[in-house]
Design a protein around this ligand. Structure first.
Ligand code: UT7
Length: 328
């Protein structure tokens, strides 16, 4: 049987510090009712000290321990983030050093909220070809580092968090079956961080104009997200001859409960089959999907059919179809 790449472990890390909607109402002109009804978020975690790599260290150390994997066995680390420790070197390099993964090479992957499915699909190729035996894919974001806490339209949505998975070869036909990945740079100005890159290098002016913060045209992004996340999820079902009965779990990016509901409806899935944790963590960008897998890990059974689906800045979007490979 063909070698596939399967997730053989998942571990998350969330900062202890909980910030509720009532806490947000003390910072900006908002309220729990608005945030809950428009987004589904009730609270988020905010990292007080440290960087994205520090959250990734916690998740990866936990992952290695629970999968009985030694640091020396890891071949490759793909780290998806929009809040890297530095513009360069990559946070994957920092992470490998901090954890002691001396035999691994790694790189950062920038695909905003779709970062984890881009990383999962990329990592799976190294396993399927037989090149590598153990690949770690991390989705991490410290959104509090780039969110403007004077902008109520964005600051209430995002949170900090990290999830990491181990990918290994599988010869039982489990693991990643298919993926569809898409991008459209025409959407770049609807959701982006305008300052700090080569277009507008950091200067007093870029700081004064608050250009180092996330800017989002929420309504526009919402429109594209609803359509594209639902379309791509339906497309991957069709390509693999899957009906709603065949699917055990939808693992959707946690940007907005209304977008999640629209995607589930389009796929014909009842709420019980949809992973949702936006109420606890908000939108952790690259972290949402592995954090869902982590939260629901105990409910997953070997052979379960999962569709992971995401939409984010770029625009980037896509879906992954995988068969869960273990009982925990
Ligand atoms: O993860 C990456 C992809 N991102 C997404 O998928 C996000 C997509 N967009 C969204 O989820 C939604 O557009 C938001 C949650 C960002 C906003 O929800 P909305 O229903 O589109 O609200 P809106 O932007 O149309 O604003 C409606 C009203 C406005 O007031 P007026 O102009 O009607 O008087 C806003 O000023 O709500 C106001 N508003 C707020 N009120 C209280 C905006 N933010 C807030 C707030 N609290 N935090």
């Amino acid at each position: 049987m063909k070698t596939t790449a399967a997730i053989t472990g998942v571990q998350g890390y969330l900062p202890d510090n909980i910030v509720t909607n009532d806490d947000m109402a003390k910072i900006v002109d908002t309220n729990d009712e608005w945030i809950t009804s428009r987004t589904g978020v009730k609270e988020r975690r905010i990292l007080k000290d440290g960087a994205s790599s520090d959250m990734a260290v916690e998740a990866v150390n936990g992952l290695l321990k629970k999968t009985n994997t030694s640091v020396d066995e890891i071949d490759l680390v793909i780290l998806a983030t929009v809040t890297a420790d530095y513009p360069f070197p990559s946070t994957a390099n920092v992470l490998c050093d901090k954890v002691g993964m001396k035999n691994a090479w790694g790189f950062d992957l920038n695909a905003a909220c779709s970062g984890f499915i881009y990383g999962l699909s990329t990592g799976s190729q190294f396993i399927e070809t037989g090149k590598y035996k153990k690949v770690i894919v991390v989705g991490v974001d410290k959104m509090s580092a780039i969110v403007d806490y004077e902008d109520r339209t964005t600051c209430v949505i995002f949170g900090d968090g990290c999830g990491a998975v181990l990918l290994e070869p599988n010869n039982e036909g489990l693991g990643i079956q298919d993926f569809i990945l898409k991008s459209d740079g025409a959407g770049r100005n609807f959701l982006f961080q305008p300052g700090g890159g080569s277009v507008a290098p950091a200067s007093i002016e870029t700081v004064e104009k608050r250009m180092h913060y996330v800017k989002q045209e929420g309504k526009q992004v919402f429109k594209f997200a609803v359509t594209n996340m639902a379309d791509v999820s339906a497309e991957i079902m069709k390509n693999n001859n899957l009906t709603s009965d065949d699917i055990d779990w939808l693992v959707p990016h946690q940007a907005n409960l209304r977008i999640i509901d629209a995607t589930a409806n389009r796929m014909g899935l009842p709420k019980e089959k949809v992973m949702i944790n936006i109420q606890k963590y908000g939108n952790t960008t690259a972290g949402t999907l592995p954090l869902c897998l982590w939260d629901y890990e105990k409910q997953l059974k070997k052979g379960d059919n999962l569709i992971l689906s995401a939409f984010g800045g770029g625009f980037t979007w896509g879906a992954v179809y995988l068969k869960w490979a273990y009982n925990s």
